[in-house]
Design a protein around this ligand. Structure first.
Ligand code: MG
Length: 460
């Protein structure tokens, strides 16, 4: 079904319209990296010269968002262009998929890889999948020609005799987490040696680029790091003033540099668009082992800005003007729509797609089409941003048993004046509140939520 819907785009491209070779597309997705964790986003002691150079040669977003504040729903949104509430990839009971989960990304969803494959792209998924580890949900059944990675989070499959509680994270050993490393549909290593995982993912991406240099390719490189437990290879041990977390981010940065240099060496840099962002904010309950959202409030698991606003860098020498810092709004779902457009594919019309086409912004021809961001926690719409204004209808601590607080009137912040969400100005702006409430209701009317995939469990 997925192929049929996308075949329309292919046919159009074949029907005599002038088409140049569509660009290669590379999406590098960090895990739990905070908005404040790169040098080019102001971190004082983490060095990220390669990402800083990527930003200097491309475009850096100051207001770039993931579509959810935790892993599974965020990844589902990136690859489908749709809010997780529309795909069943979120839940109020279990926030992500686990090794005992029986659900995953529904077959009828049209992934970015499926769309690009129909346009003739070679497609690779490398790294963390977390959209269902059973065979029917794996990358091979979602448009990817190849897969190499850990199919869920690197802190899962904890072994019973590892140190209790947080102690295992403060002195992590590979054997404490019996996570599998897969090649396509087979487990090739268990536990995955996480100390070399960032380096091996990078090498895999470089190999794929070299092998497919003469045809369009799509690489979705989703690092498991810097999600705890934190591991880095020997070369990066004790290098960063920021400690273990800094070492881990600096190895990811090294990998980005290797990939961009490979593209330059092969003279593919003018035919390749590369994105870098993160799935959700820093995991603050892990103290120094978690990252930083900079001046943004809170982190992973919350719908305050720190939970969903991410570093966002996009690079395409010769097409995207160099050295642009944009304050325009964009989300990971826009990567989906923009990529399909760049490939000459149709964006699916038989369903709601939340992603928007960023090409005019990227190419210096206009503004972002996005003026609104929706903040979901599980299946509940917690907050909405429209222009500079953000209204929270519900707030809740990121983790723990604390109940949600419902706000009527909602709590209102002006994010351009007050990016840290400190000063509730609801009293002064009843008109804005009325407008944001209307927008939220209008949005809810477009949502048909299927049953949650995250609540399906394997029989013990
Ligand atoms: Mg994450």
């Amino acid at each position: 079904m997925a192929m049929v819907a996308f075949a329309i785009g292919l046919k159009r491209a074949d029907s005599g319209e002038p088409t140049e070779r569509p660009p290669n597309i590379v999406v590098i997705f960090a895990d739990d990296l905070g908005w404040g964790d790169l040098s080019c986003y102001g971190h004082p002691t983490i060095r990220t010269p390669n990402l800083d150079r990527m930003a200097a040669e491309g475009m850096r977003f100051t207001q770039f968002y993931s579509a959810a504040c935790v892993c599974t729903p965020s990844r589902a949104a990136l690859l489908t262009g749709r809010l997780p509430i529309r795909t069943g990839m979120c839940s109020d009971k279990r926030r992500v998929l686990f090794p005992d989960s029986g659900g995953g990304i529904p077959a009828e969803e049209l992934t970015l890889a499926e769309g690009l494959k129909a346009q003739g792209y070679a497609t690779a998924c490398i790294g963390k999948w977390h959209l269902g580890h059973l065979p029917q949900f794996l990358p091979a059944n979602n448009g990817f020609d190849t897969y190499f990675g850990i199919p869920y989070s690197n802190d899962m499959d904890r072994v019973a005799d590892s140190p209790k509680g947080r102690a295992a994270f403060w002195n992590p050993k590979v054997k404490y987490w019996n996570v599998p490393l897969m090649r396509d549909t087979r487990i090739v290593e268990r536990p995955a040696d996480q100390t070399t995982i960032t380096r091996r993912y990078t090498e895999e991406a470089i190999r794929f680029i070299r092998e497919h240099r003469s045809e369009p390719f799509f690489i979705y490189l989703a690092h498991n790091m810097p999600h705890v437990p934190l591991f880095r290879s020997k070369r990066f041990a004790d290098r960063s003033l920021r400690g273990l977390y800094g070492d881990v981010v600096e190895e990811i940065d090294w990998g980005v540099g290797q990939i961009l240099q490979t593209l330059r060496d092969l003279k593919l840099e003018r035919q390749t668009i590369v994105w870098f962002t993160s799935d959700n904010g820093p995991w603050l309950i892990f103290d120094e082992l978690g990252g930083s959202a900079g001046l943004l409030r809170d982190g992973k698991g919350s719908t305050w800005e720190g939970g969903m606003r991410e570093p966002g860098i996009v690079w395409w020498p010769g097409r995207i003007p160099a050295g642009v810092v944009t304050q325009e709004l964009a989300t990971t779902m826009d990567i989906y729509t923009t990529s399909l457009k760049l490939a000459g594919a149709e964006v699916p019309k038989d369903r709601v797609v939340d992603g928007l086409d960023l090409r005019p912004l990227l190419f210096g021809q206009g503004k972002s089409p996005r003026d609104t961001v929706y903040y979901y926690r599980g299946r509940r719409l917690m907050a909405i941003r429209h222009g500079p204004w953000k209204a929270h209808f519900i707030t809740q601590p990121a983790y723990g048993r604390a109940k949600p607080t419902y706000h009527d009137p909602p709590v209102l912040y002006h994010l351009e004046h007050d990016p840290s969400e400190k000063y509730n100005v609801a009293d002064k702006h009843p008109d804005v509140i009325a407008q944001l409430k209307r927008l939220a209701e209008k949005h809810k009317a477009t949502v048909q939520a299927p049953p949650s995939q995250l609540e399906i469990r394997l029989k013990p």
